[in-house]
Design a protein around this ligand. Structure first.
Ligand SMILES: [Zn+2]
Length: 446
């Protein structure tokens, strides 16, 4: 006999157990002995009566070839009985969820070829609501999951990391402006493709444990809401030098900037208004959830090496791959805020590769915004022009809006620091930034 073995998993508690199954007459079977060993059950064999007794949270008695099993004091009928192969008991894979549910006093479900404890499911629901001018799909998931989305036109891809989902929750057909939903489980993640109707405004936002995909009739979007992000805060002081801490300076500038922008008629959202610590991710989520139109992060530059103390002036960044060594150095400094967020946050790789795709459509607009702000500051505040640069700042990883980071002046340079201590100058700086934003908006809203 040639045995072809298939691997499958049992997900129970925090563990994943690997098993092989053996096909016998169209059904897949798994060794009861291996199962009880790995799951830590005790198994007894009574050779006189050919009875197997297996016990963990409950006790089950099994007689091979007999469809009835005894569970505590009750008899339960299986569709397919346990069989013996070479004198060893084997249980049909299709009966395994039911038997494990009894034995381990939990609820198990067959998912693909794997047996999963239901309470471990963390992708919980998906529904679509159709209104006259809007279709809204809501994906519900365990809020502890990392979720990421990208896409354009009619194809939107949602990636849910560490997803254990039940495929039954996804409708096979779309509704309204949502045409199709295609779930594709991968190694350690679930990818969900959502196909929307052409020529629609699609807005995706994350709420606590919910992802909403809103699809509306297309309308030209005016720039109204601007998120101002004062860099650093709380336990993360940012750059320190010449009697200044970056976190206080950025907050001051941000407050002045907020007042300027409000007086110009913009709606302003601040990521922080006091000396609080915010993770880089929290900052971008504020912008995404507010459905903001622009994101401006305020910082001060600095060099640690005393021999570069002369470096001074203003530079404005938009997000891209760092082009110069200097841009890479600034990128490393600002991204190092992540060290205040705990180890698990400092993830790289796949997540950020996916992210880059989401933001790439705003590269050009971010660059233009950076140019307008940079020119305006330099003109209005007479600071040294270090130009517009690109670097890969985590904090600029917002979705669906142009985003820039302003390195106002150098805290490490005595002359720049003197300006940064002067409230009159900071107000002027804020006005310079605001004027640049206004110029950008006027050319866009046209
Ligand atoms: Zn900074």
């Amino acid at each position: 006999m040639i045995l072809i073995l298939f691997a499958f998993q049992v997900q129970y508690g925090d563990n994943v157990y690997q098993f092989n199954s053996i096909p016998v007459q169209d059904l897949d079977y798994v060794s009861l002995k291996k199962l009880s060993e790995k799951l830590g059950c005790s198994m007894l064999y009574d050779s006189t009566y050919r009875v197997y007794t297996i016990q963990k949270a409950a006790r089950i008695t099994i007689v091979p070839e007999n469809p009835f099993i005894k569970y505590e004091e009750k008899f339960i009928q299986l569709t397919y009985p346990v069989i013996e192969i070479d004198g060893e008991p084997f249980i049909p894979l299709c009966e395994l969820p039911g038997i494990l549910s009894l034995l381990l006093n939990s609820e198990f479900r067959l998912q693909g070829n794997n047996v999963v404890e239901v309470k471990k499911l963390n992708v919980l629901g998906f529904n679509i609501k159709v209104k006259s001018d809007e279709t809204v799909a809501t994906l519900k998931y365990d809020p502890s999951l990392e979720i990421l989305f990208r896409g354009e036109d009619t194809l939107w891809v949602i990636t849910i990391f560490d997803a254990i989902y039940n495929p039954d929750i996804f409708p096979t057909d779309g509704k309204g402006f949502i045409k199709r939903i295609i779930p594709r489980p991968g190694e350690g993640f679930l990818e969900l493709k959502v196909i929307t109707a052409p020529d629609k405004d699609v807005n995706i936002k994350k709420l606590d444990g919910k992802l909403k995909i809103e699809v509306r009739e297309y309308r030209k979007k005016e720039i109204r809401t601007i998120v101002i992000d004062p860099g650093h805060g709380g336990k993360d002081p940012g750059a320190i030098g010449n009697g200044l801490k970056e976190k206080y300076v950025t907050l001051k500038i941000a407050k002045y900037l907020s007042a300027e922008l409000k007086s110009m008629g913009f709606h302003v959202i601040m990521t922080r208004t006091d000396d609080t610590f915010l993770s880089l991710k929290e900052r971008t989520e504020i912008a995404d959830n507010a459905r903001a139109d622009l994101f401006v992060s305020i910082h001060c530059n600095s060099v640690r090496n005393k021999s570069y103390i002369a470096m001074h002036g203003t530079e404005t960044y938009f997000l891209s791959v760092a082009k110069t060594d200097w841009a890479r150095a600034v990128e490393a400094t600002e991204n190092s805020s992540i060290k205040f967020e705990g180890a698990d946050v400092a993830q790289t790789g796949l997540k950020y590769v996916l992210w880059d795709l989401a933001q790439s459509q705003f590269l050009e607009e971010s660059q233009q915004l950076a140019i307008d702000i940079q020119e305006s500051i330099v003109d209005y505040c007479r600071t040294y022009n270090r130009g517009v640069n690109q670097a890969n700042f985590y904090v600029l990883r917002v979705n669906y809006m142009p985003a820039v980071l302003v390195e106002t002046l150098f805290i490490s340079n005595p002359d720049d620091a003197k300006k940064l201590k002067d409230d009159v100058f900071l107000k002027r700086l804020a006005r310079g930034i605001a004027r640049g934003i206004k110029k950008y908006v006027e050319s866009r809203n046209g």
